[in-house]
Design a protein around this ligand. Structure first.
Ligand code: C2O
Ligand code: CU
Length: 487
């Protein structure tokens, strides 16, 4: 293990000038992706995931155990790791502490068979307390993924019911280290030290409820020891239910080599915006022995970057060549046929009550309660809201897509808040946006900024009913959710 526990909880800031200076310099790297991995028949990896309340004293909790909900005993978060071609067999058992607390597991970003996708009512019955469900699938893509509950997500994920999923086989050269950095906040009442409310009306109608304690791998600003001058693979996962981060590295060369698990031609990391559920893989040249580099987030304030973790070089220098990270292996995601693609428009917006909630000045007052407590429906996709995933009665799908055909989704955010829009069972290819110029890449979660219109394309090659929703969980659970059918 390369991390060392750190107990200091103070915010660390970096000079903004150095961040800007780092952004000014843009090295060029080898950019041709390596050929896709050969996928032979692999082995079967079996895991037992028992959802239960386990009072856990993560180091970030300062020695106090909190009533976390987790999938396993021991280290949090659990890591499930396989090689490309391996089959995963996961047994979920529900031992959550409330009699009506059903659960399920969604394998976020994996292109898997529909009945393994873990969405209650839509593709499987919810797993009730005392029940067991067996998941079984062979992931088709390498990369960095995560899994999480898809029931009462705002609370279950808020309490920690999640894990990391890594599928190996995309690296041509071996790295000097391979480190998962799972970033998320915890919502803790500063007075009692206990979990506070995971859902607030104020948050649901705005950018979501922010956590009060920011962590990486359950630690506050951990020190990550890396082999000195080594080329290290860092797998960054934003698994927070709410927070959008703008991530950079200071004090080391770093390149983005994969986005949402899928290889991209390496390009220098300057700043990269990561909404909830989004991942990036970095190749980073570690500092020399005793040297220090910093992982930071400037989403809150460009003048006061927030250090999330820092890297320290250790031992003899592993590499002396100029930093030029080897590209990963290309994925086998089918290429959409843009000439014959069907175009569909999706508008993401607030409801009237969502808008009224936003405009209400006395956000905690009587107006708000009378307005919202009865109908917690604040967000829509194409003027439809599906806030209630506990109800077994399903709405109609947004659209029925022809299996094997190509589609372009034109997605417009008419609201004042950003929405990380997640598609299940498929992987989007970015075509363009009116607000950002990002390199061409694939993603399962697209961060849609206020007033942004972006176009993505994909082949609807996976039959079934697939969720399509915002991954700010309070937005999802107050309406910004739907599904489409591939038949
Ligand atoms: Cu990561 Cu439908 O969610
Ligand atoms: Cu949203």
């Amino acid at each position: 293990m390369l991390t060392r526990r750190q107990f200091s909880a103070g915010a660390v800031t970096l000079a903004a000038s150095s961040v800007l200076a780092a952004a000014a310099e843009r090295p060029r790297y080898t950019t041709r992706l390596a050929p896709p991995a050969d996928v032979g028949p692999g082995t079967t990896v079996r895991v037992q995931l028992t959802a239960a309340e386990r009072p856990t004293a993560l180091s970030c909790f300062g020695g106090r155990p909190l009533p976390m909900w987790t999938f396993t005993e021991g280290a949090w978060p659990p890591v499930v790791r396989l090689n490309i071609g391996d089959e995963l067999q996961a047994t979920l058992e529900n031992r959550l502490p409330r009699p009506d607390e059903s659960t399920s597991i969604h394998w976020h970003g994996i292109r898997l068979p529909n009945d393994q996708d873990g969405v209650p009512h839509l593709v499987q019955p919810p797993v009730n307390v005392g029940e067991t469900f067996h998941y079984r699938f062979t992931p088709p893509d390498c990369g960095t993924y995560f899994f999480h509950t898809h029931c009462n997500t705002v609370e279950q994920l808020g309490r920690g019911l999640q894990g990391t999923l890594i599928i190996d086989g995309d690296a041509v050269d071996s790295y000097d280290a391979d480190v998962v950095l799972l970033m998320r906040d915890w919502i803790i009442d500063p007075d009692t030290g206990q979990f506070a409310s995971f859902f607030t009306l104020r948050g649901a109608g705005r950018a979501g409820t922010y956590g009060t304690l920011r962590t990486v791998n359950g630690m506050v600003n951990p020190e990550i020891l890396l082999p000195a001058a080594g080329d290290c693979r860092l797998r960054l996962i934003n698994s927070d239910p709410t927070r959008i981060m703008k991530i950079g590295v200071k004090g080391a060369d770093a390149a983005i080599i994969a986005i949402d698990g899928i290889a991209v031609p390496p390009f220098p990391l300057t700043l990269w915006e990561m909404g909830p559920a989004m991942r990036i893989d970095l190749a980073l040249r570690a500092p020399q022995d005793g040297g220090r580099a910093s992982l930071f987030d400037i989403s809150q304030s460009a003048s006061a970057p927030r250090e999330l973790a820092y890297f320290k070089g250790q031992g003899f220098s592993r590499r002396t060549s100029k930093f030029d990270p080897a590209p990963l292996r290309a994925s086998r995601i089918p290429e959409p046929d843009l000439n014959n693609a069907t175009r569909l428009n999706f508008i993401f917006d607030a409801t009237d009550s969502g808008q009224a909630l936003l405009e209400a000045t006395d956000v905690l007052g009587a107006l708000l309660s009378s307005l919202c407590l009865s109908a917690k429906t604040f967000w829509t996709i194409n003027e439809r809201a599906w806030p209630d995933q506990k109800n077994p009665k399903l709405p109609a799908p947004f659209a029925v897509l022809d299996r094997g055909a190509s589609y372009v989704f034109r997605m417009t955010n008419k609201s004042q808040f950003s929405h990380p829009i997640h598609i299940h069972g498929h992987t989007f290819k970015l075509l363009g946006s009116n607000k950002q110029s990002l390199p061409t890449h694939h993603m399962d979660t697209l961060l849609l900024l206020p007033e942004e219109t972006a176009e993505v394309a994909f082949v609807a090659d996976n039959p079934g009913d697939w969720m399509f929703h915002c991954h700010v969980i309070e937005h999802q659970e107050t309406g910004m959710m739907g599904y489409f059918r591939v038949a």
